[in-house]
Ligand binder design. Structure first.
Ligand code: SF4
Length: 637
């Protein structure tokens, strides 16, 4: 009997698999049920619950609907195993008493997002001039019964097989068949998926063997289909002729077509289906991966994790340095003269790592800077050759969107500066405060003078970590969406990572690849900056924020983020000497002259440097210092 365990810091533990107890999943879990491998825990639950457990790390792999795969980002699918259909499927149906183009309402089982999204895509296509019908959520048990007049229903899985046996509908649309007619491609409903550090050859082998066990017993499973409320003969046709269980190249092409169309229609975030490619972090040849990335090759999530875990620091630095010089070849290190103005410290978010904020109503220590106070800071900055203001603050319920619009107009009319202002968290807070869509808020801020978006508040773009360190903060996909829309409107932004705040190394890799994926899509990130969490005066314990950990993280980021042109050295948190070393570990920018900084310095660690100091340190590290603007254009003085 297989003993399949994964190691954790506290020792080996069971591999936890979640799957739905439907007729179409039985061939996939057949071997797991029959052999009951001792290192495996099989959790039977709905597909939506399996997706939730996977996101919350309550299971290691789930038989995941493809739409959930898009929502959870950087997951890896087990090759060769899926639930799909090459042409028609028989169990994902739109049923109605009138033709689809006459439907006014469609009832849906909202828990199956893949099929619901498929239905919406197909209905949009068929009803081009009529728009979409109204959708209403119903429990699966009520769907067939509610079909009447101009109300149809999308029925999925066992209830679809039961409903078509029990009742004659005037119209039965097989959604996989319609998909095939529209695209010429097969459809994938679900795949085994998990994080890159969990999906390995042993796990893939186990799940492939389980499917093999099931495929040899399709007739036995069909004979037992009465327990799913399905006639054995109908089940036999369904299992033998309609479903397809092999995730081959054509099925992957079908899944990617679906993900691309759903994303283009605004129904799902952008995603592609990634199959396990034969390597886990533990199996990777790290030296070869470092060398390949140094030459510009793209790293997988597993490879980035392996670099964090095991790469030799000197090898890593040399490869990152090679890549840095290939991207920015002329021995120049840029920096910017700007001032960070924290316009308010009143904040409703109360991040556990933040020592800067004060609660609303704190009249002793809470503040909002006046225009005069800001004006004085900006004049000093301009006098010192400054070209930009970095304007960030807390989420202050007393400051509406019009306050920012008026302020931006005033600042742009009065001073010769660019406004690098409002992190995604602040933008999203304004959307909530004003009940306005993201695009509207961003457009109004751009019209008022916003030039670019700072990448603050990204922390680690994995919701498990974000919930732990800042419960009320935006989700990772919300943070990315602000950047996506901002980039689409022509704004440019920086990107950041605050590491050593309780994330695992695969989660750190996931963060980097989420930035890389968005950069592939928009090209809007100008630079990346990382620093370790500063635990002083906060309620969170810190991780490894040593110079060694910082340089390793920076160099790995340089190699992983093959499409982001610039990396900044974080000397304000790491000190000038580590900042100089960073210039040989992938960084090509020395950040900004620090007039003041309040958020990180509130946690106790902050270094200061003026223009002369920056230029001296850059020269001493062997480079030519050059001033820049936000878009990394070089300035002559
Ligand atoms: S980090 Fe920003 S959002 Fe969080 S509490 Fe501090 S000021 Fe508020």
């Amino acid at each position: 009997m297989t003993v399949l365990v994964k190691s954790t810091q506290s020792g080996p533990s069971k591999l936890r698999l979640a799957a739905a107890p439907f007729l179409n999943t039985r061939p996939l879990i057949s071997g797991l049920v029959a052999d009951a491998p001792s290192g495996v825990e099989l959790q039977l639950c709905s597909p939506a619950e399996g997706a939730r457990r996977l996101a919350e790390r309550e299971c290691d792999l789930a038989l995941l609907p493809v739409a959930a795969l898009a929502r959870q980002g950087d997951l890896v699918a087990v090759p060769d195993v899926c639930i799909g259909a090459r042409t028609k499927v028989g169990s994902v149906l739109l049923v109605s008493e009138v033709p689809a183009h006459e439907l006014a309402t469609v009832a849906l089982d909202q828990s199956s997002r893949t099929s619901v999204t498929l239905a919406r895509l197909l209905l949009r296509e068929r009803r081009a001039t009529r728009g979409e019908p109204r959708y209403e959520a119903r429990p699966p048990s009520e769907l067939a019964a509610c079909v009447d007049g101009t109300r149809g229903a999308v029925i999925i899985g066992d209830p679809a097989l039961q409903a078509t046996a029990a009742r004659q509908f005037a119209y039965v649309y097989d959604l996989a068949e319609l998909w095939h007619a529209m695209t010429g491609k097969p459809f994938v409903f679900a795949v085994w998926a998990g994080r890159a550090d969990v999906v390995n050859a042993e796990v893939c082998g186990l799940l492939a063997r389980s499917l093999g066990h099931g495929l040899e017993r399709l007739d036995e499973i069909a004979a037992d289909a009465g327990r799913h409320g399905v006639e054995p003969e109908r089940a036999r046709r369904y299992l033998h002729d309609e479903l397809w269980f092999r995730l081959d190249d054509s099925m992957v092409a079908g899944a990617d077509e679906y993900l691309a169309r759903a994303s283009a229609a605004g129904l799902l975030p952008p995603a592609t289906l990634r199959r396990y490619d034969g390597t886990t972090p533990a199996e990777i040849d790290v030296k070869a991966a470092v060398a390949r990335a140094g030459d510009g090759g793209r790293l997988s999530a597993a490879e980035v994790t392996a670099l964090f875990e095991r790469a030799d620091l000197i090898d890593l630095g040399a490869a990152a340095n090679r890549r840095r010089h290939a991207l920015n070849p002329d021995g120049v290190v840029s920096y910017i003269v700007e001032r960070n103005i924290n316009y308010t410290n009143i904040c409703v978010t109360a991040c556990r790592f933040c020592a800067f904020f004060r609660n609303p109503g704190d009249t002793e220590e809470g503040y909002v800077l006046s225009r005069e106070e800001m004006g004085q800071k900006i004049r000093e900055t301009v006098d010192a050759g400054g070209v930009q203001i970095l304007l960030q603050g807390g989420l202050n319920p007393e400051l509406p969107l019009s306050w920012y619009e008026d302020l931006f107009r005033h600042l742009k009319a009065t001073y010769p500066i660019k406004l690098h202002a409002l992190s995604p968290e602040e933008i999203l807070y304004l959307c909530r405060l004003e009940s306005l869509p993201l695009e509207t808020v961003l457009k109004r801020l751009v019209a008022a003078g916003l030039d670019s978006l700072p990448g603050g508040g990204a922390e680690i773009l994995v919701d498990r970590v974000r919930t732990r360190i800042a419960k009320l903060k935006c989700t990772s996909s919300e943070w990315l969406e602000v950047m996506r829309v901002g980039h689409r409107l022509g704004l440019r932004s920086s990107s950041t990572m605050m590491f050593a705040c309780g994330e695992t190394l695969p989660e750190r890799a996931e963060h980097l690849l989420k930035l890389r994926d968005l950069q592939d899509e928009t090209g809007g990130f100008t630079a990346f900056i990382c620093w370790p969490f500063q635990p002083g005066n906060t309620r969170l314990p810190g991780g490894d924020g040593s110079a060694h950990a910082y340089l390793r993280t920076l160099a790995t980021a340089r190699l992983a983020l093959d499409n982001i042109p610039h990396l900044q050295a974080s000397w304000p948190t790491m000190g000038a000497a580590v900042g100089q070393a960073a210039l040989h570990f992938g960084a090509d920018d020395f950040g900004q002259v620090m007039f003041e900084e309040n958020v990180v310095s509130a946690a106790g660690t902050i270094y200061q440097m003026d223009v002369a100091g920056i230029e001296r340190h850059v020269r001493a590290a062997g480079f030519t210092p050059v001033r820049r603007d936000m878009r990394y254009g070089r300035l002559t003085s």
